[in-house]
Design a protein around this ligand. Structure first.
Ligand code: HDE
Length: 714
């Protein structure tokens, strides 16, 4: 057989966009070019010697395209590698000049642009969003006085007290070195080995095991600056301050089983949620909260305000809400903005200063240092996302990736060649490190005021609601139960947990197969470790259940339908939810229209095959005999109801639809009402379709999770 000679005229492989004004198109940036701006008319075929011949080195377009591709990846962040960002602005409610000279906090007319990056900590860039982990909440304020970075977390304390232990802690929590397992999870031997040997981790570990570690959304979690900072006013008077972010949508969590399922069904769950909300105009909002303490009161509360494993209970020093952060614009390009943004705890503006917290001190070095490798050199502050909005004028020069082109001959200070420029700032507007008398021996040691590791861990546990405590215990059972070495499990229970809450330690011990501890010391629940200091026995603010749960704004509800559903009823419920700011999405057997009882067509947005209850806040099944009978035959539809029930989400079922509950194995509710509407443990049922009050009761049920449905594991 003879091979056909290939034709030299290759067929077009992609469609070409023809233009009548090619030069103008090029000038307007609409034409494909090389990095040098040379117009390119074929990017599908490399330059070859003959159509089947070898590729030629001369093909600069091919070489450049491949070279750029080969170098697209940069090192991911050592921690907080997975993140999502958004632009927005911050505005202070009224002047805080009494406390600070930072202009963005003293001028209520100013809208300071911000970029916020939310993140998980342990997982790689491509890991799932809903893993059990701390969440980063880092905010860059582009102020007129330069950039201020508030690089916080969604928990108010940290695992360690001194930054020198950070590499140890991070090595322990990250996947183990021999097999790089597990991804984005603390449930493994090395983390719990570290915890069992380092009691200062106790308090933070309680937070990590709590519902705070599985937020429903970045939009529904708090943020904390963690360390104690200083505010300094124009007269040089200073106060100590703790920074808080309070989400206006309240504080909400996922159920642990739901979070794990979401990791597979939608690993981008939080990223998508943030993106979609901003696209829909539902701008996430957080109030900036300050706890202000006079300088000199560092030790007043019996613990040390320089110790980042301690929080200052809101009941002792209330959080003043002083301004609002609004996130109103998605990034244009993930890499250029969210990936290249470089936060640094050392970025402060006049009016905000550091303290001697040894964790904070280490961070002042680490962030600047890490960017050198991650962003390839010292000029990362010139990248558009990192660039201050005020002029940057100094004598720094050269280095990889310099963007700025200095025009002065003078690159030193003092000079006359550049007219003395840049001149030194007027001291009144410059940044000054607060003068502080420091005295002491050069010593590698920890202050005694840092020595109480358990009181606040107990305070946290005691302040949770009963269901939240059960969640902590279940999380401990899950995590420690995965630890292979029995001696590590024993140490966690006997060295750590028993000192937090003996009864809790006994339950965990049984669940993870170790001898229950003998100690039955009554747990101390207080903020302070020292007698006589102002203290609290419980801090209601630590329980997420005490944050407002009266709104269903931006919540997503699934309506399960098949042919013959009660269409008028669906319309009524959709309207009732929309009036309260929630969205109803119709889920059906296929994406083709289904027909209602009344003969109206409704096109489902999702199908039982491509979504599931974990991606919704609540589930609604309208009545309609034929529709319900069909749904009962679809295992995924039945699963929808079952999972929503198990995950303690609101459910609303009318008329025949109540039958889906028994099909889903829900057998612990009282019989369905024979007339009217009724809500029980977050399940709204009605005897007939279109019942009065159905939408209202459903909305009330959606506002919170119904943890009362859960049964303790042991
Ligand atoms: Fe970080 N941390 N951290 N951290 N951290 C980083 O900086 C570090 C700590 C936090 O979205 C790294 O640019 C040390 C506390 C957030 O880009 C690195 C210590 C808190 C982010 C680093 C801490 C945080 C980071 C990795 C102990 C809450 C993500 C990449 C002394 C107050 C910021 C990078 C973003 C990122 C070091 C402890 C929050 C390696 C040495 C406490 C939100 O520099």
């Amino acid at each position: 057989m003879k091979l056909r000679k290939p034709s030299a005229k290759s067929r077009p492989t992609t469609l070409k966009v023809e233009s009548l004004e090619p030069h103008r198109m090029h000038a307007e940036g609409k034409v494909l070019t090389t990095d040098q701006g040379i117009p390119i008319s074929d990017t599908d075929n490399s330059l070859k010697a003959g159509v089947r011949g070898p590729t030629l080195l001369e093909d600069f377009h091919f070489r450049e395209k491949m070279m750029r591709f080969d170098h697209e990846r940069i090192p991911e962040r050592a921690v907080h590698a997975r993140g999502s960002g958004a632009h927005g602005y911050f505005q202070v409610y009224k002047s805080l000049e009494k406390y600070t000279q930072a202009r963005f906090l003293t001028d209520p007319s100013l809208r300071t642009p911000v970029f916020v990056r939310f993140s998980t900590v342990g997982g790689s860039r491509g890991s799932a969003d809903t893993v059990r982990d701390v969440r980063g909440f880092a905010t860059k304020f582009y102020t007129e006085q330069g950039n201020f970075d508030l690089v916080g977390n969604n928990m108010p304390v940290f695992f360690i007290q001194d930054g020198i232990k950070f590499p140890d802690f991070v090595h322990a929590v990250k996947p183990e070195p021999h097999n790089e397992i597990p991804q984005a999870s603390s449930a493994h031997d090395s983390l719990w080995d570290f915890v069992s040997l380092v009691p200062e981790t106790s308090h933070m570990v309680m937070w990590l095991m709590s519902d705070r570690a599985i937020p429903r959304s970045y939009r529904m979690m708090e943020g904390f600056g963690v360390h104690t900072f200083r505010l300094v006013n124009a007269e040089g008077k200073a106060h100590l301050v703790k920074f808080h972010w309070k989400p206006l949508l309240g504080n909400h969590a996922l159920a642990w089983d739901e979070a794990q399922k979401l990791s597979g069904k939608d690993p981008d769950f939080h990223r998508r949620d943030l993106w979609d909300a901003i696209e829909a105009g539902d701008f996430p909002e957080y109030e900036l909260g300050l706890q202000i303490v006079p300088e000199g009161d560092e030790l007043k509360y019996g613990f040390d305000l320089l110790d980042a494993t301690k929080l200052l209970p809101e009941e002792l020093v209330p959080v003043q809400r002083v301004g609002k952060l609004t996130l109103n614009r998605n990034p244009d390009n993930f890499f250029a903005e969210t990936e290249q943004v470089a936060f640094c705890v050392a970025n402060v503006v006049p009016g905000i200063d550091f303290t001697n917290d040894p964790l904070m001190q280490a961070r002042l070095f680490s962030y600047l240092d890490t960017q050198l490798t991650r962003l390839g050199g010292p000029n990362f502050a010139e990248l558009p996302i990192n660039k201050p909005v005020c002029p940057v004028t100094n004598h720094q020069q050269d280095g990889f990736g310099r963007h700025t082109i200095p025009t002065s001959r003078a690159n030193y200070h003092p000079n006359t060649l550049g007219g003395g420029c840049p001149v030194l700032s007027n001291p009144a507007m410059a940044f000054h490190h607060r003068q502080e008398r420091v005295e002491g021996h050069k010593i590698r040691a920890r202050s005694n005021s840092f020595s109480d590791h358990f009181s606040q861990a107990t305070l946290f546990f005691k302040s949770l609601s009963k269901p939240e405590q059960e969640h902590v215990i279940a999380a401990l059972e899950f995590e420690i139960g995965k630890v292979e070495r029995v001696e590590i499990r024993e140490r966690v229970v006997n060295q750590i947990l028993v000192n937090i809450d003996a009864a809790m330690a006994v339950r965990v011990a049984r669940a993870v197969g170790v001898e229950p501890p003998k100690a039955t010391k009554p747990p101390k629940a207080k903020a302070a470790g020292k007698k006589g200091a102002p203290s609290v026995d419980a801090s209601p603010a630590l329980s997420m259940e005490n944050s407002p749960h009266d709104s269903i704004k931006t919540r997503k509800i699934a309506a399960l339908v098949s042919d013959g559903f009660a269409g008028k009823e669906l319309d009524g419920v959709r309207k009732a939810l929309a009036e309260r700011g929630a969205t109803l999405e119709v889920v059906g057997p296929t994406l083709s229209p289904v027909t209602s009882l009344e003969g109206r067509e409704e096109r489902p947005l999702r199908t039982f095959a491509n979504t599931s209850s974990v991606t919704y806040d609540a589930v609604y099944v309208p009545g309609g005999e034929q529709s319900v009978a069909a749904l009962k035959r679809v295992p995924q539809a039945v699963d929808f109801v079952r999972e929503a029930y198990i995950h303690c989400k609101a459910l609303a079922l009318s008329a025949d639809a109540v039958l889906l509950l028994s099909a889903a194995g829900v057998d612990d509710l009282e019989p369905a009402p024979t007339k009217g509407v009724e809500a029980m443990r977050g399940v709204v049922r009605s005897a007939k379709t279109e019942s009065k009050g159905f939408g209202q009761l459903f909305a009330e049920a959606i506002a919170k999770r119904h943890w009362e449905r859960e049964r303790p594991l042991a």
